[in-house]
Design a protein. Sequence first.
Length: 553
Amino acid sequence: MDYKDLADLIFPDAKDIYYYEEKYPERNLKEGAIVTRIAPSPTGFIHIGGLYQGLIAKKLAAQTGGVFFVRIEDTDQKREVENGTTEIVTSLNNFGFEPDEGMVSETEGKGNYGPYKQSMRKEIYQAYAKYLIEQGKAYPCFCSPEEIEQIRAKQEAAKIRPGYYGVWAKCRNNTVEEMAEKIKNGESYIIRFKSPGREDRKIKHHDVIKGNVDFPENDQDIVIIKADGLPTYHFAHAVDDHLMRTTHVIRGDEWLSSVPLHLQLFHELGFKTPKYAHIAPIMKNDDGNKRKLSKRKDPEAAVSYYEQEGIPKEAVKEYLLNIANSNFENWRRANPEKSMDEFELQLNKMSVSGALFDMVKLLDVGKTVISRMTAEEVYDNAFTWAKKYDEELAKMLENKEYALKVFGIERGNKKPRKDISKWSDVKENIEYMYDEKFNEKEQEYPYQVINNKEDIEKILTLYLEKYYDDSHDKQQWFDSIKELAGEMGYAKEVKEFKENPGKYEAHVGDVSTVLRVALTGRTNTPDMYEIMQILGKERIAKRFEKAIQRNRV
Ligand code: GLU
C-alpha cells in the first residue's frame, strides 16, 4: 500500500489534474494584462467594501486589457442566503461593474474558466487534493471535533501556540496502512495539508500595496477538504486562482496573515504564485474612534442605502475612487469634464491603512456630479427615484415640461448650480417653484435688512406696477431693480452704498432680497431672473399679494 493507493481509496473517481490544467490553459493576453476577481460569499447584501473591491478590480482589468471575473465563494453553506449570488451580481451591474466572466445567476455563468461558484467545483478540488495525497503532501485526519478541542485546551493550559502542527498533528504520523484501515472501517475523516514549513524560519513577501513583509513560515496542517467534501477557503483560493489564471489577488487585508500558508499551498501544488494586493478596509469615525465600517451597525455600509437616499451612483463611484487613490481628487480638479474611466488607478498608490469614510465629502462629490448633468438627466434621475421613494415628488414631476424649466435654472453654463447632492434633496430644493407646495404651509418670510412693513409693501407694489416687464432681458431686469432702489431712496449700487456709510439705509441688493423672499420664502435661491421668467407675471403677482397680506397681520 502506498500514497497512490491511499489517494485512490479516498477519491476513486477524481480525474487526473492534467485534465483541468489543459481545460483551463494560460490566458492569451497581452503583457501586463491584469486578471483579477472579486470573490464574495453569498451571505447577504453587498457591502460598500465589496463594491470598492469591485471598482478596483474592474478598473484595473479594463485599464490593462485584462479580465475581471466574479467567483462566488459558497463553501460555508450554513451562512448562505437565498438568492445571494443574484443579489451580488445585480448590485455590481447596477454600478456598472459588470464582470467579464463569472456567475450571472444562481446557477448560470459566463466564461471559459468556470464554473464560477465553488459549490459547483467539488470534483476539481478533489482532484487536486488527490494529487497532494498521492505525493504524501496531504492526508486524512480522523480526529473528532472533541479531540481537536482537547488539543486546543492542552495548548492553552501550557501557553503554547494553538493549532494542528508538529507533535500535535496526531494523524500526520499514521502509516498509509493505518489510514486505509480506518477508512475501510468507516471512520469519518477530513483531509489535511501536510505542511513542510517551520515556524522558526521566516519568509519574505512583497505585497503590491503593503510593501515588504516578513512572516514566520506556516507549519499548520490546515484542513483542505471538509467533512462535507467541500474545500476550505485556503485550498479553494489556491486551486481556483490558479485554474482561473488570476494574476493579481486583490482582497481585504484580513487575509494578509494567511499569505505564508497560501504561498506554501501554491508551491506544494506546483502552481505559479499570483501577485497579492491587500486592501485596507474602509473605516468610520465613531465618536473619535476609528473602526471598520460595519454591516451590522452602519446603514451606509449597505449598497442599498445609496439607492434609497438617492445618492447618484456616479458619486459613489467617484468617491470610492477617491478613497482608493488620493491623487484622484487633483486629477478631477484638473479634468472636470473627463469621464472617471480615464483616470489611471494605481494599486501601489493605495493607502496602507484604512481610509475614513466621509459622508460630507461624498455628498459634496454628489453635488458636483449632479451639477454636470443636463436638466433632462436631472429630471430622469429624480423622477425615477421619486417613483420609488417619494410619491409626492413624483406627482410634482409629472409635468415634465415645467420640471425641465425648473431644473434648467443656472444649468448648462460655466458655473452650474451646485445645490443638489442627492435625489432625496430635490423636493426641498424645488418645492417653492410649485404653487401647491408653496401655499400649503404657513409661509415664513425671512426679510433681512429691509424689514419694515411699509417699505416692504411699497417695494412689492411699486415693482409690479412700474418696473416689472416680462420682456426684459437680464440686464434690463436688473436695471429696473436699481431704478426701484433709487425711487425708494436706497443706493442703486452696492459700491455707492459702501463708499457713503450712513447715507443710505439699504442698497439694490437688499431690494432684491425683499423680492426674493416674497417670491420664494427663501433668502437663497438660484438666479431670480430665471425664476421670475418661469413663474410669469400672474404667479408673481399672486405671490406678492400673499406676502403683502401676511405682512399686514
Ligand atoms: N470569500 C473571501 C472573502 O470574502 C474572498 C477573499 C478573496 O478575495 O480571496 O473574504
